[in-house]
Design a protein around this ligand. Structure first.
Ligand code: T4K
Length: 384
C-alpha cells in the first residue's frame, strides 16, 4: 500500500554520510586552503580517474561550464551537432561560447540522438558532435566515432547523467575527445554543484586546466579562459560520497528492475529502456505515455497529490527555445518532450514501496485515460 504521507521525490539527492563529510569540512576549514586546485580537488580527481579508468579528470564548477571549457579547448567556432531532446544546458553551453547547434532528432525508443541522422546534418561549417548519454545509457560510441573520424570532427560527450555507467565493460569517461559529467545535487554522484571533464589526451587535459583557471598559461593569459574551478568543500562532499557509490548503483539497478516489471504490460505506458549497451547507474526511471500523451501533465498533478513528485522532461525541447530557428520539426523529439516523466527512483525506495508507487501510477493513468477512449481503443477492445 502506498502511503501518501511519506512522499517520494524525483531528484532527491544522494547525500554523503554526515560524519565523513563534516570531518573533511573541518579539515578544509582548519587548513586555510579553500579553492584553486587544492588537496581535496586533487584527491577527488585522482580517485575518479582510477574509478573510471581514464587518464585525466578535471573537476569543474558544474557540467555547463565543463561543456563550455571542453568546447573551447577542442573545437573552433562553427556548428555543433547535438540532440534537441536534452536539458537546456547542452545547447546553452554551445551558444554561450558562440557555436551554432544543429539539432538532430532522437531515436524514439532510446530517446538518444539518432545516429543515422548525423551525416545528413553535416555541413562545411560543422566542427563537432555533442551526443548525450541520455538517462545514463551509453550512446552508440563506435558508430559516432566512425562518423566523426571520417569527417574530421571532434566528439565531446555530454555525460551529465552517466557517472558510473559503462559501454560494455568500459566505463564512460574515456570516449570521444572528452566527456563531461554533472555532479549536481540531483545526480547519482554529487558534489552539490560540480562536474568533471575527462580525457585520455595529455595535451587536451593541459588545455582544459588552463581554461578552467582564467586561461593562464606559462606564456600569458588566453582570452577564452574562464573561472570553472571547484571549491574544496564541494570536492569534500564527493570524496565522502564516493565510497558509498557502488552500493547506490547496485540499489538503483534493483529498484529500476522492480519499476520496469511493475509498469510492463500496462497499455500506453513504458519505462524508457536502459542497460542494453552496458551497465547503467540506473539513476533515472523514465516513464513515457506512449498513448494519451495529452494527459501527461494531468497525471503529474494527480500523482503529486498522492505524494509522488515527478518532473516532465525536457519541455520545451532545445530547438523550440527562444532564439533558435524553431520552424524545424523534429517529430520524435517533440513527442518525447510532451510524453515523458521522470519518476522517483533509487535509494529513497524499498522494493515494496517501488511496487506500491507503480500501482498508484498505473491506476491513476488508467483512471485519467479511460474516460478518453479513442476510436482505436474501442476497435481494439471489440476485437479482443
Ligand atoms: N547536460 C544534461 C543532459 C543535463 O541533464 C544537465 C543537468 C546538464 C548538462 C548540466 O549540468 P549542471 O550544469 O547542472 O551540472 C535539474 C538539475 O538542476 C540539472 O543539473 C539536471 N541536468 C536536470 C536534468 O535536472 P531542474 O531544473 O529539473 O531542477 P529542479 O530544481 O526542478 O529539481 C529537480 C527535482 O529534484 C525536483 O523534484 C526537486 C529535487 N531536488 C532538487 C534539488 C536542487 C531536491 O530534492 N533537492 C535539491 O537540492 O534541473
Amino acid at each position: 500500500m502506498w502511503d501518501p504521507m511519506t512522499p517520494a521525490v524525483f531528484g532527491k539527492p544522494n547525500i554523503a554520510p554526515k560524519d565523513l563529510f563534516l570531518e573533511r569540512v573541518a579539515d578544509v576549514m582548519s587548513s586555510g586552503w579553500l579553492t584553486n586546485n587544492g588537496p581535496q580537488v586533487r584527491e577527488l580527481e585522482a580517485k575518479i580517474a582510477e574509478f573510471l579508468s581514464v587518464k585525466h579528470v578535471v573537476l569543474v564548477t558544474n557540467a555547463t561550464i565543463g561543456l563550455q571549457i571542453a568546447l573551447r579547448a577542442l573545437v573552433s567556432v562553427g556548428e555543433v551537432i547535438m540532440p534537441s531532446f536534452t536539458f537546456a544546458a547542452t545547447s546553452q553551453a554551445a551558444t554561450w561560447c558562440g557555436y551554432t547547434p544543429t539539432f538532430v532528432d532522437i531515436d524514439p525508443i532510446s530517446q538518444q540522438l539518432d545516429v543515422s541522422q548525423i551525416e545528413a546534418a553535416i555541413t562545411p561549417r560543422t566542427r563537432a558532435i555533442l551526443p548525450v548519454h541520455m538517462w545514463g545509457e551509453a550512446c552508440d560510441v563506435r558508430a559516432i566515432q566512425e562518423i566523426a573520424t571520417r569527417h574530421g570532427l571532434k566528439v565531446i560527450y555530454d555525460a551529465a547523467h552517466a557517472f558510473g555507467s559503462s559501454y560494455g565493460d568500459i566505463p564512460i569517461g574515456g570516449f570521444g575527445d572528452a566527456e563531461v559529467f554533472s555532479f549536481h545535487a540531483t545526480k547519482c554522484f554529487s558534489t552539490l554543484e560540480g562536474g568533471a571533464i575527462t580525457t585520455n589526451c595529455d595535451q587536451t587535459a593541459e588545455r582544459l586546466r588552463e581554461l578552467r583557471a582564467f586561461g593562464m598559461t606559462p606564456d600569458g593569459v588566453d582570452t577564452t579562459g574562464t573561472n570553472g574551478k571547484m571549491s574544496e568543500l564541494h570536492a569534500a562532499h564527493g570524496l565522502s560520497l564516493l565510497p558509498e557509490f557502488p552500493a547506490i548503483v547496485n540499489w538503483n539497478n534493483r529498484i529500476l528492475d522492480v519499476i520496469e516489471a511493475s509498469i510492463a504490460g500496462t497499455d500506453g505506458l513504458r519505462i524508457v529502456p536502459t542497460g542494453y549497451r552496458g551497465r547503467t547507474n540506473a539513476h533515472y526511471a523514465i516513464l513515457q505515455l506512449t498513448r494519451h500523451a495529452e494527459h501527461r501533465d494531468a497525471l503529474i498533478t494527480v500523482l503529486k497529490g498522492r505524494g509522488i513528485h515527478c518532473r516532465p522532461y525536457f519541455t520545451p525541447p532545445c530547438h523550440l527555445h527562444t532564439g533558435f530557428d524553431n520552424r524545424s520539426h523534429l517529430p520524435h523529439t517533440e513527442f518525447a518532450a510532451s510524453s515523458t516523466i521522470a519518476i522517483p527512483s533509487g535509494m529513497q525506495l524499498s522494493e515494496a514501496r517501488a511496487m506500491a508507487m507503480c500501482d498508484v501510477i498505473v491506476r491513476e493513468f488508467k483512471a485519467l485515460t479511460s474516460a478518453y477512449l479513442t476510436v482505436g481503443d474501442v476497435l481494439q477492445r471489440k476485437s479482443a
